[in-house]
Write a new protein. Structure first.
Ligand code: ADP
Ligand code: MG
Length: 247
């Protein structure tokens, strides 16, 4: 579904992404791990069109997407959540997801036509899917941090993606919120057949839910493989897993 080859992105003279390679097959849950500053967020910005690569290729279902505008990449079937919560705080939970659904359908809000009911069925289905239906009329900035992160996933689902990209979906979450988020990611994969690419600093969580793992260090790909292959890799142990002490 997604193939990233020899991707490079510099800021000034600094190569934040420096020869990254990544493959995501349809239906997989793939994790990108690596120390802070390894280039994970930059890699995701490149895939979703928020940044343009200096060189390398990004193929989505066999077609080059590098350098396309974010809305065009979104229409092709890739949507994402951000590391920092990125929702409209003064709008309700329902309205945040509704905007995503309507903008996908290229319907705009018009001053003189009622919008309350538009796409309501689909929005409610998404909210029910992620477990936020009971909070549909709550103003988003009143939600807990965990609920806001889940709402962001719901907003991404409003784009009806084939590939969902999540940048540190559990960042800042309390343990029980993290547990709920893991269950949600699994459910989206199993029940909706969604392909999911995420990055995460919690290694335990990564080894729990990812089918395959890509390890990124200093902008480059050290290895991409199954859980056991990655766990056994000496370079990974030295460069990353040993450091964190998590494995
Ligand atoms: P990660 O998500 O793995 O923690 P990032 O992709 O956020 O890493 O950052 C990789 C490196 O690129 C970091 O050293 C960061 O400071 C740098 N960087 C990221 N974005 C920019 C930018 N817009 N301008 C300059 N440097 C940046
Ligand atoms: Mg990051």
């Amino acid at each position: 579904m997604l193939r990233v080859e020899s991707l490079v992105k510099s800021f000034g003279g600094f190569k934040a992404v420096n020869g990254a390679n990544l493959q995501v097959r349809a239906g997989e849950i793939v994790a990108v791990i690596g120390p802070n500053g390894a280039g994970k967020t930059t890699l995701f910005h490149l895939i979703t069109g928020h940044l343009t690569p200096d060189s390398g290729r990004i193929l989505f279902k066999g077609r080059e997407i590098a350098g396309l505008a974010p809305h065009r990449i979104c229409r092709k079937g890739i949507t994402r959540s951000f590391q920092v919560v990125n929702i409209f705080p003064r709008l309700t939970v329902f309205e945040n997801v509704q905007i995503a659904v309507l903008s996908r359908e290229r319907k705009t809000f018009r001053i003189f036509s009622p919008v309350e009911g538009m796409a309501a069925e689909e929005v409610d289905r998404i909210l029910s899917n992620v477990g936020l239906l009971e909070k549909r009329d709550v103003e988003s900035d009143l939600l807990s941090h965990g609920d806001q992160k889940v709402l962001e996933i719901a907003v991404a689902l409003g784009g009806n993606p084939e590939l969902l990209i999540l940048d540190e979906p559990t960042a800042g979450m309390a343990p029980e919120e993290t547990e709920r988020c893991i269950r949600l990611i699994r459910k989206l994969s199993e029940e909706s057949g969604l392909t999911i690419l995420f990055c995460e600093h919690d290694i335990g969580l990564v080894f729990e839910i990812a089918n395959r793992i890509m390890v990124m260090v200093r902008g480059g790909t050290v290895i991409q493989g199954g859980r056991e292959e990655v766990r056994r890799n000496r370079e990974v142990q030295n460069a990353y897993l040993g450091e964190s002490g998590a494995c």
